[in-house]
Design a protein. Structure first.
Length: 420
């Protein structure tokens, strides 16, 4: 039976069509024929939705009026995330993701001229280390797929899928670590590759953490840019003796590519407006004004896009001082970032990723020296600090960059073929 294989990623999404005979066909998802659709949603008004590149174009054309969503996958394991208001209607996370999945299915059905209702969906090795949250995330993803029109939904861990894709041309027995570094998650599978069929015993270790490219960008915002939006804001209420600081909960939202859009919600907006009245100095008030412009004009996506570009530039030119600049009516940022300081501040994120990687060795009782190859996939695998850490652990000669963006959807397709 025909299937779709969908890699719904935090940053990018891909889809393959597997026909009855087992032939795998990548499906172009963008109008220009690109197979990668950025996991972005924009709705300027009720009933109108735009996706990927067009979401960005329409966001700019509409001067940010509407709701712009990115990194939706990050909300799946959050039990306290009930949804958000979209054009005066509360939408659950399952509904938002279903809008995106339904469009994927529509574009694929138009391309294949088939109505395919069976899907193999990728999922992180762990949506969350908490089992209840992990199950909640998968249940939500299943419900979103059902709302999108799929009737048979099968999940496959993304790093396992990358391993299956890596293995399709393998002819020898070896132990391989599949390391999938995406936008939202870092996933790891330690597996034994060999000829013939596979069993569960060939999966030696499986681990993951919801820390990857977005977390690196969030830490950059936190340590270098957020002060321009009032993260060091201080205020004192009338007749109060204590100097109060910018709320940590709101700082966490400001420093998250997924959550920053929620600073616009009514209760948060009114709270920020209220505390601004009690600013202890004009400079603090000015910085909060910049935050209001950021939120009101929905500049979360462009500011984090600039932060991502800074990450790429600093990694590419680690010996040069970097000047982060962002200008918009009401916002003027000119922040020098030393590559040395940048790497020091970001190291806390890399440490969390590497700690998760090491979990697979505790599970398997194997040592790092037992690994024959390390297969690197996912866009964040190209980040210099990650590569440096892996090189120190395993040796540069064992690292293999493999199908950075396509390995997961390729492996999901191989998994679909094995189902029949």
């Amino acid at each position: 039976m025909a299937h779709y294989a969908i890699d719904f990623g935090t940053s990018n999404s891909l889809l393959n069509y597997i026909c009855d005979s087992g032939t795998i066909t990548p499906v172009p998802l963008e109008k220009d024929g690109s197979f990668i659709l950025r996991s972005l949603l924009f709705t300027p008004s009720k009933g109108k939705w735009f996706y990927g590149k067009e979401a960005i174009e329409q966001y700019v054309e509409n001067d940010g009026e509407g709701r712009f969503f990115r990194s939706l996958k990050k909300f799946l394991p959050e039990a306290n995330y009930s949804g958000t208001e979209v054009h005066n209607r509360k939408m659950k996370i399952t509904e938002l993701i279903s809008v995106f999945l339904r469009e994927l299915k529509h574009r694929a059905d138009s391309f294949t001229q088939c109505e395919v209702d069976k899907v193999v969906l990728g999922r992180p090795a762990m949506y969350s280390r908490d089992k209840k949250s992990d199950q909640l995330a998968e249940d939500r993803m299943r419900q979103a797929a059902e709302l999108a029109g799929f009737k048979e939904i099968i999940f496959c861990p993304e790093p396992l899928a990358a391993g299956l894709d890596f293995d399709k041309d393998n002819k020898e027995e070896k132990i391989v670590l599949i390391a999938d570094f995406g936008g939202g998650t870092s996933d790891f599978t330690l597996m034994k590759l060999h000829s013939g069929t596979y069993s569960q015993d060939d999966i030696l270790g499986l681990s993951g953490v919801f820390v990857a490219g977005d977390a690196i960008d969030g830490e950059t915002m936190n340590k270098f840019i957020s002060k321009h939006f009032g993260s060091d804001f201080e205020y004192q209420v009338p007749f109060g003796n204590n100097i109060l600081k910018f709320p940590k909960l709101l700082l966490n939202k400001l420093c998250s590519p997924a959550h920053i859009t929620h600073l616009r919600e009514k209760e948060t907006w009114e709270y920020l407006k209220e505390i601004q009245k009690f600013s202890i100095d004009e400079e603090s008030k000015r910085k909060l004004d910049q935050l209001f412009t950021l939120v009101e004009c929905q500049l979360g996506f462009p500011i984090f896009n600039e932060i991502e570009q800074a990450k790429i530039s600093i990694s590419t030119n680690p010996n040069d001082q970097y000047i982060f600049q962002y200008k918009y009516p009401g916002i003027n940022i000119n922040q020098e970032i030393s590559p040395t300081e940048y790497y020091q501040k970001i190291q806390v994120v890399i440490d969390k990723i590497i700690a998760s990687l090491k979990d697979v060795f505790e599970q398997s009782k194997l040592s790092i020296e037992d690994v024959d190859q390390v297969c690197l996939t996912g866009g964040s695998a190209q980040f210099k600090l990650i590569q440096d850490e892996l090189s120190q652990l395993f040796g540069q000669e064992k690292l293999i960059k493999y199908n950075i963006y396509n390995s997961v959807v390729g492996g999901l397709s191989e998994y679909a073929i094995k189902l029949d």
